[in-house]
Each structure stands twice: as C-alpha cells, then as structure tokens.
Design a protein around this ligand. Structure first.
Ligand SMILES: *Cc1c(COP(=O)(O)O)cnc(C)c1O
Ligand code: SF4
Length: 348
C-alpha cells in the first residue's frame, strides 16, 4: 500500500477529472453543486465507485447531486455552536467533550451535518490549544475526550502523540475516543506507526476507543478489512448515519452490522439523519426510521444492536429515537437533563 499522504495528494478535487476517470456523463448543472460544496474523493475510493456504478451507495454518498442546492434545512442542524467552549472544544454533556483539532476529512460526504461549516472554514474550528487545555483542566467533570473534526486521523502521528501526551497529564481524563472514517475511506492511513503510537498511550487511559463511521457494506474490501484488523487491540465501535436512498432498509443495515461484527467492531450508534441544508434529500421521517430499525431486533443479538438516536435541533443533544415520549405520542421529548422539549422537529 502506498503512503497515505500521497493518497491525499492524488485524491480527486476536480469534477471533470473525476468524471473523466469514471467515464460517466457529467451534466453541467452538477458543476454548480461542486462549486458550492467542494468535492474530495480519494483515488482508490473512485476506483470502487466506478466498479459499483452511478446508482450505488458509494456514488450517492460521495458524488455531488443537484438536490444539494435545495435551500431547506439548517446550517448547524444539531446546535453544536451553542456548546463551543473554546475554539476546539464542544462541551454539551457534562462527562465528555468533543475535541476538534482539524477540519480536514479523507472524503467529503454529501450528507455531512457540518457541510456548511466545513465548507466555510469558519473560526469555529480555529485551533488554540492553550485555551483548550485550560478549559479541560478547569472542568474536572470531563472524563472522556472524543477526538473528532473533521477527521482526527488526518493529524500526523506526531500531532496525535502530542495531544495524547497533554491529556494523559490531566488526572480526571480517563477515556479517549477517536471518531474516524479513515479505515473505510482511506485504509492506507492505518499504518503500523499509527497503531504503535496509539498503543503506546493505552496504559495511560482506562479505554482507548475507535469509532468507525460507516454506512454501507459497499465501503468494505480486503484493504479496509486488513486495516481494521490492525486496530483489534482497541475498543472498536461503529457509527452509522441512516440515509434515505443509501441504507434505509432493514436488510442493508443488517448486512452492514453483520460485517462490522465479523471485523470485531461493535455497532454503537445509528444516527437519524440531521436536517442539514444541502443534505435534505437524505432525510427521512422518524416514523420511517423506526419501522426499519425495529426488525433488526429479530436479526441481531441485543448487544450488537446500535443505539438508534436522534440529535435534537437547537443543541438539546442525543435522544433515543425510541424514547416513549416522542412527538408521535405527545409532541414532546425528554432531554438529557430531564427537560421537556416540545416540537423537536421544527417546520422548515
Ligand atoms: C455525540 C456527542 C458526544 C459523544 O456522546 P456519546 O454518547 O458518549 O457517544 C459528545 N459530545 C457531543 C457534543 C456529541 O454530539
Ligand atoms: S467524515 Fe464526517 S465530518 Fe467528514 S465529511 Fe464525512 S460526515 Fe462530514
């Protein structure tokens, strides 16, 4: 396998070049979409997209679509902005905080809930590590740091080691987690050196988890599977976004979770789609989501069923999509601090 930094450089960023490679027709309207929401498709992923075809789950997740210009939806659908505590910290739940050291991802997912922010490159993500450290030191209720972004494995091994080294000296930080799409999008990144770097910090934390973001079985091949096997020494979790037209049926989800289990990854979250501007064509109702989720109970053991959750708009956080107090019963949800939230799905 080639060096992952080379993979980064030879990724497709130009729509014409990508379509030339795919040998598919490119409609001129799509160019306007790519001008609004930039394109980034690694070469080896483009090879897989070519093989699976223009209607595949891969093509629909990563190639621009005219529906992205639909003005409906929110720029910050889950209200992260209200919980930004330093440029790099989002602290919504008392016991854990998101750490966002980079805005760069190995691919641009067309459904991304941060697609409006990542494209604008706002100072929301502007790094200032001193401020971050002092916030973390002053908040002893924080037990877990969750590296996210962007994608934290975009950082060099040295940078990852630098951050972990700083966090290991803060006594109340017990757990570390990485949320990443690299193992399935650019498996070249999972080098022996990365694994060694992470391994060298294992003894300093209670858990070191890696949550792999994956939405469809088509994302996997022998390279991704080999990369994931290298990570077997860590707590391996997955997170999946439920997406209309991609994985919105029970059998597709089952095949994905079953394969994750083959690779010793435990399905952790199934996210109901967020109402993000530019991604509303992937949206489906909570009722539809529940109908296709519930039969998974029949197909998977309870410990392998992900939590099916919905992120309430305006920063209320994650709620079980099977919360009995959902708006299908009373127009109300119960938030993480016991608060009653009305109209969780604002009309747009
Ligand atoms: C999802 C999320 C977390 C992590 O929550 P877990 O339930 O522990 O996976 C932390 N902070 C924010 C802001 C989140 O959205
Ligand atoms: S990897 Fe995550 S943050 Fe990055 S583009 Fe995809 S959904 Fe968005």
């Amino acid at each position: 396998m080639s060096n992952w930094k080379t993979e980064f450089q030879r990724a497709f960023k130009n729509l014409n070049k990508l379509y030339e490679f795919l040998e598919w027709d490119l409609s001129p309207e799509i160019e306007a979409v790519a001008a609004t929401y930039s394109l980034f498709v690694p070469y080896n992923l483009a090879v897989k997209i070519k093989r699976t075809g223009p209607n595949s789950a891969l093509a629909r997740q990563f190639l621009p679509h005219l529906d992205e210009l639909n003005p409906k939806g929110f720029n910050d659908p889950i209200g992260d902005r209200q919980h930004s505590k330093s440029a790099q910290i989002i602290h919504r739940y008392d016991a854990r905080a998101l750490f966002t050291p980079t805005t760069v991802c190995p691919v641009h997912c067309r459904y991304c809930f941060r697609k409006n922010e990542l494209n604008q490159g706002e100072e929301f993500f502007d790094p200032n590590f001193e401020e971050t450290l002092s916030y973390l030191k002053n908040h002893s209720e924080i037990n877990e740091i969750i590296f996210t972004g962007g994608d934290p494995f975009t950082l060099s091994d040295q940078k990852i080691a630098f951050y972990l080294n700083a966090f290991k000296d803060i006594r109340h930080i017990k757990d570390i987690r990485f949320h990443t799409r690299y193992p399935v999008i650019m498996p070249e990144r999972i080098t022996d050196e990365l694994v060694e770097t992470l391994n060298s910090f294992k003894e300093h934390f209670r858990t070191l988890s890696i949550a792999v973001h994956t939405n469809h079985l088509e994302e996997f091949d022998s390279f991704t599977d080999e990369a994931i096997k290298k990570l077997a020494g860590f707590q391996l979790l997955t997170q999946t976004v439920l997406l209309k037209g991609i994985n919105d049926n029970t059998q597709t989800l089952f095949e994905l979770f079953d394969h994750c289990l083959n690779l010793k990854m435990r399905p952790y979250y199934l996210h109901h789609p967020d109402q993000v501007k530019g991604g509303m064509h992937f949206y489906l109702s909570l009722e539809e989501g529940r109908k296709l989720f519930q039969p998974l109970r029949n197909l998977l053991p309870g410990w392998a069923l992900p939590h099916y959750i919905i992120d309430i708009p305006e920063g209320h956080g994650k709620i079980n999509a099977f919360n009995p107090e959902t708006y299908h019963y009373s127009s109300k949800l119960i938030g993480i601090r016991g608060e009653i939230i009305s109209s969780p799905e604002p009309k747009i």
